[in-house]
Design a protein around this ligand. Structure first.
Ligand SMILES: [Zn+2]
Length: 89
């Protein structure tokens, strides 16, 4: 995946340098957060700000596993931590 630096920075800025799935701050983390395609490129997701989310390592792994597993159409791992807290499971 190639992502222009400018777009990457827009994602990071919008996210406030936090994982957009669980809210973990990049600060103090050793691993660099990943800019994730919410709707995977493989499934025709676009490389544009609306379809990108900053994701910590555990969220991107969790999501990657999920998308490649049984639920290819349900890749809608939503940026949700700011709103509802019901994504805890
Ligand atoms: Zn996360």
């Amino acid at each position: 995946m190639s992502l222009p630096d400018s777009l990457r920075w827009q994602v990071i800025e919008r996210a406030g340098n936090r994982c957009e799935y669980c809210g973990l701050s990049q600060e103090g983390q050793e691993a660099v957060f990943h800019v994730d395609h919410i709707h995977p490129v493989k499934l025709a997701g676009q490389t544009e700000l609306e379809n990108l989310a900053l994701a910590c390592v555990s969220c991107s792994l969790r999501k990657g596993a999920r998308v490649s597993a049984e639920d290819p159409a349900g890749g809608d791992f939503v940026r949700g931590w700011r709103g509802s807290q019901e994504s805890a499971r």
